[in-house]
Design a protein. Structure first.
Length: 370
């Protein structure tokens, strides 16, 4: 599970140079600019500066009886305008409005993700025979560790930089998109831990000491992969914002628009597979995470478009069953994922609320010349 939500913003905002290196990668988007709210115009907050400001106050204000001298304008144009807030606070507001739409239920190996009372996807914990068979895939993927060392280490904390490699992401040109993607990853983190809890599954290292993971094995459930949930949620949102296409169309169609939309999913697949290369996840973990992530991203789109309570598709259920003797072990592919997905949610105008406006503004950043 990548730790997203608070770090990058805390570091980058607190002062380019003082915090940019320390925080970048843990909270992309939510916090890029925490300093704008907590720090002062020319530098970071601190006791010495506060003391200097007190003595300046004593020296220049003189007598003042507390009478107002100005009539400030209203803050924000309307309820959808949150531009007056720092990125960190905007992220907090988006999270507080978005997370109540989602809940997780489960029991002893089964978990369901719901939105507004509608079940989106249900996953069943694979049996031990499946995990035992999957161990050969983990062994095979280990041969790629030297080649993917840099990727794996960076992806333990930074995911969005890899999406930024397939579409130009920066805070000036695509700032709203970055905020939306960061919110998507934070939402994924919010729902993944209870899903993992209900699906409690041993990690590859628990099945054989020869796995020798190249990074520290997390203490939470192997199934489903939190990294996969996060990156496939981000891929779904990014494809929608850039092209308007959902995951089904992005992975099915072959025109130029679909080719663009498919690239974030290729990034997500690579990151997910790297978790098996590292020795901390089975391919079935990533498959379950991919299905949940696509469903979560599409549900975010439904909420942004004002369809968060209507026209729900049939919930998807994922159960790997008992492996068939003689058949090769399962491996995640984008073709498999495409076949699991329902038709994409219909396109509708965004709703005029805070989240719908953020989505609309993000999509506007990708308008092409006509």
């Amino acid at each position: 599970m990548a730790e997203y939500g608070k770090g990058q913003g805390k570091g980058q905002g607190k002062g380019q140079g003082k915090g940019q290196g320390k925080g970048q990668g843990k909270g992309q988007g939510k916090g890029q600019g925490k300093g704008q709210g907590d720090d002062h115009a020319g530098g970071p907050a601190g006791g010495m500066l506060s003391s200097a400001l007190i003595s300046t106050y004593d020296g220049i204000v003189g007598y003042w009886d507390g009478a107002p001298l100005r009539n400030p304008a209203a803050i924000g144009e309307d309820d959808t305008d949150i531009s007056y807030l720092s990125r960190t606070v905007r992220g907090d507001l988006i999270d507080s409005l978005l997370t109540p739409h989602f809940s997780v239920t489960g029991h002893d190996g089964e978990a369901s993700l719901l939105s507004n009372g509608n079940t989106i996807v249900t996953i069943q914990r694979p049996n031990k025979e499946t995990f035992r068979q999957q161990l050969s895939m983990v062994r095979a993927y280990a041969d790629l560790r030297d080649d993917r060392l840099a990727e794996i280490l960076e992806q333990t904390e930074d995911l969005l930089s890899f999406f930024g490699a397939v579409a130009y992401l920066d805070t000036d040109r695509h700032g709203k998109t970055l905020e939306l993607l960061a919110a998507a990853i934070r939402l994924a983190v919010h729902v993944e831990m209870p899903i993992k809890h209900f699906c409690r599954s041993a990690r590859p290292i628990d099945y054989a000491p020869q796995v020798q993971p190249m990074i520290q094995t997390p203490d939470h459930s192997s199934y489903p992969s939190g990294h996969a949930i996060e990156v496939f949620t981000a891929a779904t949102v990014m494809a929608r914002v850039m092209t308007g296409l959902g995951p089904k169309a992005a992975l099915t169609n072959t025109d130029a628009e679909a080719t663009i939309a498919a690239m974030p999913f290729r990034v997500a697949h690579r990151i997910s597979t790297n978790r098996s290369v590292a020795g901390v996840h089975f391919p079935v973990d990533s498959a379950a995470g991919a299905l949940i992530g696509c469903a979560l991203g599409e549900t975010m789109f439904r909420i942004a478009s004002g369809r968060g309570r209507v026209d729900w598709p049939q919930p998807r259920t994922l159960d790997f069953g008992t492996p068939v003797e003689g058949e090769p072990p399962f491996d995640l592919s984008l073709g498999w994922l495409r076949d699991q997905l329902d038709d994409d949610a219909p396109v509708r105008p965004t709703t005029r609320d805070v989240f719908g406006t953020l989505w609309e503004n993000a999509a506007d950043e990708w308008e092409e010349a006509h």
